[in-house]
Design a protein. Sequence first.
Length: 345
Amino acid sequence: MERILVTGGAGFIGANFVRYVIAHSQASIVVVDALTYAGNPESLRGLPADRVQLRIGDITDATLVDELVGEVDAVVHFAAESHNDNSLHDPAPFLNTNIVGTYTLLEAVRRHDVRFHHISTDEVYGDLELDDPARFTETTPYNPSSPYSSTKAASDLLVRAWVRSFGVRATLSNCSNNYGPYQHVEKFIPRQITNILNGERPKLYGSGANVRDWIHVDDHSSAVWEILQRGEVGRTYLIGADGEKNNREVLETILDLLGEDRDAFDSVADRPGHDLRYAIDAGTLRKELGWRPQHQDLAAGLAQTIAWYRENRWWWEPSKRQTEDRYVLQEQAHQLAAAAEGPGR
Ligand code: NAD
Ligand code: DAU
């Protein structure tokens, strides 16, 4: 593959993927990104200009998408509204970008017969009980909980339908929770790290018992790169690195690494409809494509991530105040809604 279109390449995982491909191949990359609040062109800083080009634009713009898709060998589709908390307050952009945007791309790859890889999430499968030994597999039924995950589920089904109905050459991957550099400070791990670096207390939703299956973003990138080159068209691959931890454990590790007391955090109102546990069985990817994660020591990965946020204040500071202000407004909206519904809620 010589030329790849990466949608959402100024976002967290997209930018890390662009960096991965530049370091591990000869390919050149066109990034299309609308630069929403979550996109930051600085995440692509330092990459070779003759191999990485940023086109600012919206994936629901059919004319632009058609032009860009017509110039490449493959599309890797990361662009999305990605944050569950936001989807609970304003679902509209989630429907537009995640569903209409994916549809727009599918129509373009269909017209130009271009290879497509769709990036999705383990959240499409809903959640598992904390004490359930089961993990998600490629055959787990879809059962999304939030506006975010339901729009991602819808986009996955569109991709599957375009493969079957129109012969689009697509693969899909559903990955667990990523962490690493360039992640927006709204997300759990960078929010807590940057709170502590700013002398503010971390915020833990509810009891902190909810479990996420953490994977370093570079392991996600290497898996996607394998699937793009050697995956079987029409197939879904689950990506995970056996990294289950509850939120409280993750927060305590961050507090330890930053030299804070383990109880130096605020317990705040729980997320409505909060999924209990995600867990991925990535056996197929390991067996069929021989993929192996390289960063399975979460404490070591968190130490590296903390160092990155410490050294790159310039990258995250401009969005920190606005993000925390948004959380305050969301919390007030929850409280008003709860009061309006009365004590039986
Ligand atoms: P992110 O929010 O950091 O980045 C999303 C990017 O998409 C941003 O650069 C944003 O500007 C861009 N974008 C949004 N709407 C757009 C539009 N209409 N047109 C063009 N660009 C647009 O998200 P992320 O965490 O990097 O997630 C990337 C993808 O990976 C998403 O599809 C998400 O569902 C999926 N995913 C994320 C995780 C995770 O842990 N973060 C795990 C599994 C899957
Ligand atoms: O599982 C993959 C998904 O992981 C991706 O599809 C999403 O795009 C990505 O945002 C992520 O979703 P989560 O909702 O799991 O991630 P988030 O970082 O928002 O929260 C992780 C856990 O931490 C979750 O149980 C909620 C909790 N949390 C979150 C925040 C922001 C807190 O306890 N405190 C917080 O301040």
